[in-house]
Design a binder for this molecule. Structure first.
Ligand SMILES: [Zn+2]
Length: 416
């Protein structure tokens, strides 16, 4: 079984299997997982009892805007409106090269932090036209063979509010976008939000692509596009092909309505991306005390069996001055914001940035199992709890059996 292996990682811990295991890789796939693999491989790595796990998946990130924080002017009014205006100022002048350069810095950071798959949102609207998408498609090309990038055709200014956007989205699909984006809650009227969803599904059906929308990203309990999205998903035969990010309004619904909507989400197989570190700072801005968290019903959705995942969303941009493109940090934020600190809850949060995110993005052969793609990290601790407690970068980041990154932490202590 160990003949002709390209790589063996020896003595790794795995989730769900006690003991230490050798992982053998051949031709970019996991060829064997055994307690002791005989023979030698071209490259051998001593895992020293650390945890190996599939690489992280970042299923929602705006890399066209990322790192604008380094070049933008200050936000003088401390307002969300000015975040938008600062973004517009830059978006009008984006070049493909500029987008690729800023985004590539985030990709490098992400690789070092163990993420090899990115679903990247690119604004498509009357302000920047198709330039952000052109940039992200060039980014996808540049990084082909190193990481996996899905480009989302995303109407950041909504569709009916921003005439001309639908035509741009159609052109974006022809240019090669992988996923149809959407922002229905940002329309002025409920009927427009529904029309927005209908238009996105028309594109998705025409080009046979999956759908990922930012939904009800507000504390307003009257924002109710998630239920329509779920029903539309079922009516159009798109079960398990649709994701919805944020869904903060779900947390503001009364329990009776929330139960109905969550039931529809589960039935439709709509994956929910909660990015709670963003919701914590973006929502609750009108509240005095007590201030709401603005985070959707993560724990209830997870407990009822809906597919919940979690993503970085923003990196150093007008909306969020932080972000290291680090899915370990994201999972740790989930644990805090969503009250998930007991053992099964911490493990679930880790699943939000690995297996659940992979399910939402419909990644083939994802997982640390024989026959899967050899995309895995050797994490810097022996258990999920300690990985999220310490949040050190993975020791090794491996994709298709090739080492993409190796991180060492050097610490010296001079105390007596
Ligand atoms: Zn976002």
């Amino acid at each position: 079984m160990s003949e002709g292996l390209d790589l063996i990682m020896r003595g790794a811990r795995l989730t769900g299997r006690p003991g230490l295991w050798d992982i053998g890789v051949r031709s970019g796939k996991i060829a064997a997982i055994e307690a002791k693999l005989a023979g030698r491989a071209a490259r051998e790595i001593d895992a020293a009892g650390l945890l190996a796990a599939p690489t992280y998946v970042n299923g929602h990130v705006h890399l066209d805007k990322c790192n604008l924080g380094d070049v933008m002017r200050p936000n003088r009014t401390n307002s969300f409106q000015e975040c938008l205006e600062i973004t517009w100022e830059h978006k009008r002048g984006y070049t493909v090269q500029d987008v690729v350069e800023r985004a590539s810095r985030a990709i490098v950071e992400g690789i070092q932090n163990g993420t090899t798959v990115y679903r990247v949102f690119a604004d498509v609207d009357s302000i920047g036209g198709l330039r952000p998408l052109e940039g992200i498609l060039a980014l996808r090309e540049k990084w082909k063979g190193t990481v996996d990038i899905q480009a989302v055709n995303f109407p950041q200014e909504a569709i009916l509010r921003d005439p001309g956007t639908l035509g741009l989205m159609e052109e974006g699909m022809r240019m090669g976008a992988d996923v149809v984006g959407g922002l229905p809650w940002h329309e002025h009227l409920d009927e427009d939000a529904r029309r927005h969803i209908d238009l996105c599904f028309e594109l998705a059906k025409k080009y046979d692509k999956d759908v990922h929308m930012l939904v009800d990203d507000t504390d307003n309990p009257n924002s109710r596009s998630l239920e329509y999205l779920a029903v539309k998903t079922m009516r159009e035969g798109f079960r398990n092909r649709v994701s919805a990010s944020h869904c903060g309004a779900l947390a503001a619904y009364d329990e009776v309505h929330a139960q109905k909507v969550m039931g529809l989400v589960k039935e439709a197989g709509v994956s929910i991306s909660s990015n709670p570190h963003i919701s914590l700072v973006a929502q609750g801005r009108y509240d005095q005390e007590p201030i709401r968290r603005g985070v959707t019903r993560v724990k209830q959705l997870w407990r009822m069996g809906a597919n919940v995942f979690s993503s970085q969303d923003d990196v150093n941009d007008p909306y969020y001055p932080f972000g290291r493109n680090d899915q370990q940090e994201v999972a740790a934020h989930v644990c805090h914001a969503c009250h998930m600190t007991y053992p099964d809850e911490v493990e679930a949060a880790f699943g939000f940035v690995t297996v659940n995110a992979a399910r939402a993005l419909r990644l083939p052969d994802y997982g640390l199992e024989t026959g899967c793609r050899a995309d895995f990290n050797l994490l810097a601790a022996p258990t999920i709890q300690h990985v999220l407690r310490l949040q050190q970068p993975p020791r090794y980041v491996i994709r298709r059996g090739k080492v993409l990154a190796e991180n060492q932490l050097k610490r010296e202590l001079f105390i007596s």
